[in-house]
Design a protein around this ligand. Structure first.
Ligand SMILES: NC(=O)C1=CN([C@@H]2O[C@H](COP(=O)(O)OP(=O)(O)OC[C@H]3O[C@@H](n4cnc5c(N)ncnc54)[C@H](O)[C@@H]3O)[C@@H](O)[C@H]2O)C=CC1
Ligand SMILES: O=C(CO)COP(=O)(O)O
Length: 288
């Protein structure tokens, strides 16, 4: 919608639609992928089998981690298309609000800055403010890691733990995101921007967030199976938590909130037990 409002021709492909990828992509200059993490490799291989113009810019909006390799979506795209610019689109962008034409801002990040600027131009308008960034990985990790904290924030609200608890959780959640992000190669300041703190605030405070909903409903006593049976769309944080646990253990990164979200999703602890575990950890300085 944002691109077509700016006068660009937009063609949408879906695996359930009647047109083939090749038909939809004829003459395309920018290809924007917004499939969930589980579909990224299929879509990438579908595109690889086509002969695409070398000028094409790929934009990825997926917020997740590959379970097999722990790679981010943009790393999968870049590996498959090493000579094309890859742009990450990420920010506090709850789609229902954007559909209602409410104002929002986002970030487009790429190592090829001209490609990020092209995408910025295509999407920018008086109700959608687009910033560029060169820290592709940091921008992508902000949107991905915050989903885990959004599940915890939903639990916090579902248990009615109060405003102080929520502020503490979100702030320590950001510390955890920064710790992981720096270890993996993102820049600290990126996590304090729209794609980090910005998206964290949006998803930790909105019932529109699927990840928040998962946590909220778990705290209200539903099982994960019951929640997923009725959830509209994908809560990427569930898969991300698993991948993150595996990778942070291997790399010895301290991720206490992720660990409790993981144990909760596995059914190993109740929401109240997860809270106790977090509160009774060894006391320590705020920064170290
Ligand atoms: N960059 C941003 O600002 C935002 C990004 N997201 C992310 O975008 C992604 C999609 O989110 P939603 O549309 O809400 O999820 P959704 O679950 O509603 O849609 C996922 C789409 O992926 C498609 N898909 C899944 N597997 C596929 C496959 N093998 N082949 C082809 N298509 C496949 C599904 O058919 C569906 O259309 C998620 O990773 C989400 O975290 C969500 C909101 C904002
Ligand atoms: O990432 C989002 C908004 O920026 C969407 O959040 P959910 O995936 O939790 O719905």
């Amino acid at each position: 919608t944002l691109a077509s409002t700016n006068g660009h021709k937009v063609h949408v492909w879906s695996r359930r639609g009647s047109k083939t990828l090749a038909e939809v992509l004829e003459g395309a200059e920018i290809i924007l992928s917004a499939v969930s993490m589980k579909g990224v490799r299929d879509v990438v291989s579908g595109l690889k089998s086509l002969s695409l113009s070398p000028e094409i810019i790929f934009v990825t909006a997926t917020k997740g981690l590959d379970p097999q390799t722990t790679c981010t979506p943009s790393q999968i795209w870049q590996e498959a298309f090493p000579h094309h610019p890859i742009v990450v689109l990420s920010g506090p962008n709850l789609s229902a609000e954007i559909q209602q034409k409410l104002p929002a801002a986002t970030v487009v990040a790429s190592s090829v800055i001209s490609a990020a600027e092209d995408v910025q131009l295509v999407l920018s308008s008086h109700r959608f403010r687009v910033y560029t960034n060169t820290d592709t990985l940091g921008v992508e990790l902000g949107g991905t890691l915050k989903n885990v904290i959004a599940i915890a924030a939903g639990v916090c609200d579902g248990l009615q733990l109060g405003t102080n608890a929520k502020a503490a959780l979100v702030t320590r959640g950001l510390t955890e995101m920064v710790r992981i992000g720096l270890h993996w190669g993102g820049k600290q300041e990126t996590f304090y921007g729209l794609s980090g703190l910005g998206d964290l605030l949006a998803t930790c405070n909105s019932p529109l967030s699927r990840n928040y909903q998962v946590g909220y409903q778990l705290a209200c006593g539903k099982t994960l199976t019951e929640i997923l049976a009725h959830l509209q769309g994908t809560a990427e944080g569930i898969n991300t938590t698993k991948v993150l646990m595996q990778r942070s253990k291997q790399q010895n990164i301290s991720t206490p909130i992720t660990e409790q979200v993981y144990r909760l999703l596995q059914g190993e602890v109740t929401p109240r037990q997860a809270l106790e575990e977090l509160m009774l950890r060894d006391i320590k300085p705020e920064y170290h």
